[in-house]
Design a protein around this ligand. Structure first.
Ligand SMILES: Cc1ncc(COP(=O)(O)O)c(C=O)c1O
Length: 437
């Protein structure tokens, strides 16, 4: 067992932190009581705190890490780019390594004649896709196509546009007056959600700019999953009624679900594809909205022109991030990472079903690739089982963070068989400790 976080040097660093840092989605008045892990360095799949305690990063640093920390090839790509240039603007100009990465990305995304608009965070990529979809109709001179269809349980990020297409919750209700209205299909916890969404698209097509969906897995909804079959029908209805399809693969992209993109398993070729998180293997902030050729073409015209996309971010297409992202894409192939996801996913499902599902207090368990949600079923409200189980796992050296009473497992895509065993064993002990108390 590792030393409890919060004591020793970590306790002092946490206090320094709390006096100057404001952590998102964290109640700062009790932040220190929850013994935050104070990371100093990392090796492979483990984070190491300032006291030398090691934590298996079983949430991939909030779903961004893919092939581990301090990967020699990625470190090298970053160092090499540092000797060239760290950043130059992509507004009206370009950068060699960004072009190279865009070409590599264009060759693997399930998007026809792709054009890549870079940003830094997932929410910004979604925001860009929403803006592109909205303006496309204005550029085409079509009136009334100003709304979006999104799903219950959806999460697309925290900017106002992304929050609007998201289903809310997570304590964000205070912002509800800021959110623009959207058509809302049921969430993935309803097996008919895709059929209902398809029917809603057919009925409301004349007012819809786009449909926004997370293919296969709604991550932040607690790893709610929909089978691949229903997505084809939704895409077909969108195509028939000329409603744009935006696939948000910020969480599912870059191998998480067993294919490079979840859209591939669903037979989808979206008009707009949102990418982020794993795009740099978890090294640097980079995101992208990838637009199909026919979407891109709708913005061509004279200069100056209202057809131009007047949207862009200072750090969109950062050269350091692009250099790492380019090497990372090659590494996924070289290390046969997708094959590992398949094998480790099957092992994880097997071990969870044998060792965790039978435990008292455990409900449904959902696994897709290396995205896992384990429902805890506390006997009463406000028992914070999710938080307490994850805290008990952290004390045992496995870093977890829940979504309410859903324990999330998101190990790195290169996770080993031994590490999967360790995660499941620790989770079982943590659940037993909390449910017994
Ligand atoms: C599906 C999806 N879209 C968008 C986002 C937002 O990404 P970011 O936190 O990088 O803004 C997330 C984050 O969890 C996500 O899961």
């Amino acid at each position: 067992m590792t030393q409890a976080p919060g004591g020793g040097t970590a306790g002092r660093w946490a206090k320094r932190d709390a006096s100057v840092v404001w952590h998102g989605f964290t109640q700062m008045s009790s932040y220190l009581d929850d013994a935050p892990v104070v990371v100093e360095r990392a090796e492979g799949h483990e984070l190491i705190d300032v006291d030398g305690n090691r934590y298996l990063d079983a949430i991939s640093s909030l779903w961004v890490n893919t092939v581990g920390h301090r990967v020699p090839e990625l470190d090298e790509a970053l160092r090499r780019q540092l000797d060239l240039v760290a950043h130059s603007t992509m507004l009206g100009n370009t950068n060699r390594v960004v072009v190279e990465f865009a070409e590599a990305l264009a060759s693997v995304v399930p998007v026809d004649r792709p054009h890549v608009l870079f940003a830094s965070d997932g929410a910004a990529a979604v925001e860009q896709a929403l803006r592109i979809a909205f303006q496309l109709w204005a550029n085409r001179g079509v009136e009334g196509r100003t709304s979006y269809l999104a799903f219950g349980g959806a999460y697309h990020g925290d900017t106002v546009g992304a929050l609007s297409v998201g289903a809310g919750g997570f304590g964000t209700e205070v912002f509800d007056p800021l959110r623009f209205p959207v058509l809302r299909a049921p969430g993935f916890d309803d097996p008919s959600c895709l059929d209902v969404a398809a029917a809603m698209v057919a009925e409301h097509a004349h007012e819809l700019a786009a449909v926004v969906v997370e293919p296969l897995v709604q991550g932040a909804a607690g790893m709610q999953m929909a089978g691949p079959e229903g997505f084809c029908e939704l895409a077909e209805v969108c195509r028939r009624h000329e409603v744009l399809l935006i696939c948000d693969e910020v969480a599912t992209g870059f191998g998480r679900t067993g294919t490079l993109f979840a859209s591939e398993q669903c037979g989808l070729r979206p008009d707009l594809l949102c990418l982020g998180k794993g795009i740099t293997g978890g090294y640097l902030p980079l995101s992208a909205a990838v637009a199909a050729g026919h979407v891109f073409d709708a913005f061509l015209g004279p200069d100056p022109s209202p057809r131009t996309l007047h949207h862009g971010h200072s750090y969109g297409g950062n050269a350091l991030a692009a250099a790492v992202a380019l090497r990372h894409l090659q590494l996924l192939e070289e290390r046969r990472v997708l094959a590992n996801v398949g094998v480790r996913s099957a092992q994880l499902a097997r071990l969870l079903s044998a060792g965790v599902a039978p435990l008292p207090g455990v409900g449904d368990i959902r696994v897709k690739g290396l995205m896992v949600g384990i429902d805890l079923d506390p006997p009463g409200p406000a028992m914070r089982w999710g938080r307490r189980v994850c805290a008990a796992a952290v004390r045992r050296g496995v870093l977890l963070r829940p979504l309410g009473d859903v324990v999330v497992l998101m190990p790195p895509l290169t996770v080993t068989a031994g590490e999967i065993e360790r995660i499941v064993a620790v989770l079982g002990q943590a659940i037993a400790e909390v449910t017994a108390s």
